[in-house]
Ligand binder design. Sequence first.
Ligand SMILES: C[S@@+](CC[C@H](N)C(=O)[O-])C[C@H]1O[C@@H](n2cnc3c(N)ncnc32)[C@H](O)[C@@H]1O
Length: 310
Amino acid sequence: MDTVRKEKLICEQTIKGDFDELKRAGFQTVTRLEEKADMGMCLLTKHKKENYGNIARAWDLLSPGGTLLCAGSNDIGVKSFEKNVRKEIPVSGNMHKNHCRVFWMKKEEVNPALCPEEWSSFNRPGKYIKDADYFTRPGIFCWEKVDKGSAFLAENLPRKVKGKVADFGSGWGYLSHHILEKYPELNELDLYEDELLALDVSRQNLEQLKLTERAKFHWYDLAGDPPRPDHYNWIISNPPFHRSARTDVSLGIKFIENAARSLKRSGSLLLVANRQLPYEKALGEYFKKTERLAESPEYKILLATVPIKR
Ligand SMILES: C[S@@+](CC[C@H](N)C(=O)[O-])C[C@H]1O[C@@H](n2cnc3c(N)ncnc32)[C@H](O)[C@@H]1O
């Protein structure tokens, strides 16, 4: 295969921090590829349906005669995934090294193989959650079920929340839905989420619930600077504690720091976390007072008040 020159490469990326980093590194970066290409590459994730969806779209965008290359690590089951792909599209070759595998498929000029329609459907929002009328899509956080931590927080929202409110890490909008529903007098809820695919679906969910009038949607990386310093009365969050497959509380701690910086002096941060996650120390660093509002065998709800301004 020929070497691809940097200026010929167009990267698709929907996670804000990674999108910005690619741009800084000088790559042409888009949130959705639309152009035909002679070669495509798909980086496989741990979500099989997301991968099928991405392959189906990449295959559609591939010019006849072009090659699509897929790469993934062994711990996401790339070998058996390749076997399943082979059942639908002939795989022209593969290589493995350093616990990773690549395989590639050539799109014939005449009568090319077609991906099953089901694969394409995984690249669109759909109703994947049993017994709940929400849109989600494969790959985004908790796309097949409501997160139990968010549900626990939704059940235990305090009686009064008012003023300017933000949901940090709003996902596909479950918590935001419950915030807007519980506080009909609240007229400013800002949803911050770094995965554009999740943010778009949250808009779709709030639209079908007729709740978008009071909501604003921000594609934003909360691992960077605070979005609106000294602005909010309340920040409500179920912070992320994973990066890829690893538990990483530093991201949650960054959320706490950014919440303290984005709140007014009289503002409050309400968060839910797995009981074993050590957020209290960080809350003590950034807020004068922290209390435990509720707990279950799995989760705790923490209320932090009086942000310490630095
Ligand atoms: C535990 S989930 C909470 C989801 C949501 N609030 C709900 O109702 O279930 C955390 C969310 O934070 C998002 N997230 C992760 N890193 C982020 C970052 N750096 N900036 C903004 N959002 C981020 C994830 O994509 C995920 O949707």
